[in-house]
Design a protein. Structure first.
Length: 91
């Protein structure tokens, strides 16, 4: 198998309510984006201070769907913990 992945890609932009929360979300997702996954690869970017982009490239549509579901689940979980963590502020 080749190290390069073909053209199945998706980018999700998450607009955070503040620059602080966007930074917290990016740090929360960063370890997952650096993991080696056999059929998909993810990268994170901050095109604007309050936006986190997750770009996923995969070898096939099944891998793309699985990676999108996984990352969106992590985003949801991360943002859902905000009200519980230190009075709603990431620390």
């Amino acid at each position: 198998m080749s190290d390069s992945l073909p053209g199945w890609t998706a980018t999700v932009s998450i607009r955070a309510p503040s620059e602080e929360i966007a930074g917290w979300l990016e740090r929360a997702l960063a370890p997952e984006a650096t993991r080696e996954v056999p059929r998909a690869r993810a990268t994170l970017a901050r095109p604007r201070p309050t936006v986190v982009d997750i770009s996923i490239t995969a070898r096939d549509t099944g891998a793309l769907r699985a990676a999108l579901n996984t990352y969106l689940g992590w985003v949801h979980l991360s943002l859902a913990t905000l009200p519980k963590a230190e009075g709603g502020k990431p620390g």
